[in-house]
Design a protein around this ligand. Structure first.
Ligand SMILES: C[S@@+](CC[C@H](N)C(=O)[O-])C[C@H]1O[C@@H](n2cnc3c(N)ncnc32)[C@H](O)[C@@H]1O
Length: 220
């Protein structure tokens, strides 16, 4: 897969709460990136139905989903440290012992660390939209990226995505159509899934009168 860099590291100071949570809980709930993979991660992803969230931001969905699904193992990937600190705080506060985080580029984590057939689902909510045409190549959800997820998904494993950028939503739909192993039972956008809590980026989109589009596809 071509190496895309789908994020910019936004320089943002940590709040005291985030800094304290990083200091106190990072070693317990974060798994380090290793090119050769990690036994700890393999054990985590293969000992319960596993859901991976790519780009969890401030972790609102991750924490809510984890709380509602104590039977699943949830892996969050992001590079944005204030969000990692906030999610670590929530993990500790809500005793979400079944969540792990890798603070690293998801594209690299996917190509090096996730075992085959280990994922029951993948969540990608409001990925960076890269609205300028010349930046579209930096959008995460493209055919090669989706293809890289296929071997990691179990049969009938799902990819659930949402965005408020109409042209990105259409591009996502088209990319899904371009991957033979993926089936879309809605044949287009799906109905909003009621369990998904509102995130900061969703609110921002709604404030600009953007329509929220959701896509749910499964591996055949
Ligand atoms: C626009 S924000 C959306 C965050 C959150 N999902 C939400 O709905 O509020 C996109 C997030 O994806 C993260 N991200 C983008 N590309 C990534 C990558 N390749 N690896 C890890 N995180 C990435 C960014 O750091 C950012 O936190």
């Amino acid at each position: 897969m071509n190496k895309i860099r789908s994020y910019v590291l936004r320089p943002k100071r940590l709040t005291n709460l985030q800094a304290r949570a990083l200091e106190a809980y990072r070693s317990t709930y974060c798994i380090d990136f290793h090119e050769e993979g990690s036994d700890e991660l393999t054990e985590f992803l293969t000992s319960a139905p596993a859901i991976m969230e790519i780009g969890f931001g401030m972790g609102e969905v991750t924490a809510a989903f984890a709380q509602a699904h104590p039977d699943k193992h949830i892996l969050g990937l992001d590079v944005f440290l204030p969000g990692v600190g906030k999610l670590l705080y929530e993990i500790h506060e809500r005793r979400l012992e079944h969540v792990r985080i890798i603070v690293h580029d998801a594209v690299e984590v996917i190509s090096h660390m996730i075992p085959a057939d280990s994922l029951a689902g993948v969540h990608i909510f409001f990925p960076d939209p890269w609205p300028k045409k010349r930046h579209h190549k930096r959008r995460l959800v493209q055919v090669p990226f989706l293809q890289s997820l296929i071997p990691l998904l179990q049969k009938q494993g799902y990819i659930y995505m949402a965005t408020d950028w109409e042209d990105y939503a259409l591009q996502m739909l088209e990319a899904c159509r371009g991957v033979e192993e993926l089936e879309n039972s809605s044949n287009g956008f799906c109905e909003p899934q009621s369990w998904r809590p509102m995130t900061k980026f969703e609110k921002r989109g709604l404030a600009k009168d953007h329509v929220i589009r959701e896509i749910l596809v499964r591996k055949r």
